[in-house]
Design a protein around this ligand. Sequence first.
Ligand SMILES: C[S@@+](CC[C@H](N)C(=O)[O-])C[C@H]1O[C@@H](n2cnc3c(N)ncnc32)[C@H](O)[C@@H]1O
Length: 353
Amino acid sequence: MSKAGALDLATGLGGKIDKNDVLSAVDKYEKYHVCYGGEEQERKSNYTDMVNKYYDLVTSFYEYGWGESFHFAPRWKGESLRESIKRNQHFLALQLGLKPGQKVLDVGCGIGGPLREIARFSSTSVTGLNNNEYQIERGRALNCIAGVDQTCDFIKADFMKMPFPDNSFDAVYAIAATCHAPDAVGCYEEIYRVLKPGQCFAVYEWCMTDAFDPSNEEHQKIKAEIELGNGLPDIRLTRQCLEALKQAGFEVIWEKDLAVDSPLPWYLPLDKSHFSLGNFRSTALGSLITKYMVMALEKVGLAPKGSQRVQAFLEKAADGLVAGGKKEIFTAVYFFLARKPNFDDLSYVETTF
Ligand SMILES: C[S@@+](CC[C@H](N)C(=O)[O-])C[C@H]1O[C@@H](n2cnc3c(N)ncnc32)[C@H](O)[C@@H]1O
């Protein structure tokens, strides 16, 4: 069971940060960002500190508002948010052609919502790589409850320097995670290295689209809000990710911004102008209730000092994501499937040269 109660939210807030240090961690975290005068280079040089502070501060809010899987999904009319998230995890497993018994790597696995779903859907063993200790602790507990603790595990490490030998995995995927990388080529190169030749890597990436105009102040403000609210050093364009993938050595099988023909927009659950009982906590009224609840919990000392500030930057993030999605300058569901070439495969060599 995901930790979804108000008290769970309060006690989990701050993750591995000492409760007395939460407020100063919020201060330091905010100062990395443009909205508070921060610089891109600072965020990139200190990405481990910035991203870990972010996830220590927000993970219990994520579980409270979103569940065990921390990502968006294209959605059919009549489909609930949870159903759409699971369907997109199954889609990813099918795209990778996962087969029972295969060894799969989930890069930036959160608390393991996608990992558990994909492992059960495909009968594979999934390793979750994550640099955040608090999330791994939650993930291990949830794996035991789901009964996948014998086949799936977690490794605490940075996806820019993975602790695995070359050619270790039959498939690799990343969901809303590699956008945290300070350098896309470096990150994709690590993924390429640990993937077996001839095998595939699939991603849901967060990107600015070609409609993003860097000289437009409003566009820049939206980008800065998304970065602040989501622990991102610098959001790349879809075409920069594609180029980075090729530079890392991958052969791109197909790619598409799945936002383009999704019947319901991926950002709908955050859109305050939309009311949904199924996702009440992210509606305007739901956010207001959460705001006052966090205020009260902080006042009586059940939530650490700084909790309201976390709630406030998450609200800013939600506004930025909705504005970016509506203007189509940002997407949270840019999908690609890529293969690591197998140079020993003669048919590959014949068709390529
Ligand atoms: C938005 S969450 C997505 C989690 C998960 N994929 C899901 O969909 O539920 C991004 C994840 O990437 C992880 N992450 C960010 N930077 C990382 C790094 N350098 N190395 C390993 N994990 C990282 C975060 O700790 C977090 O778990």
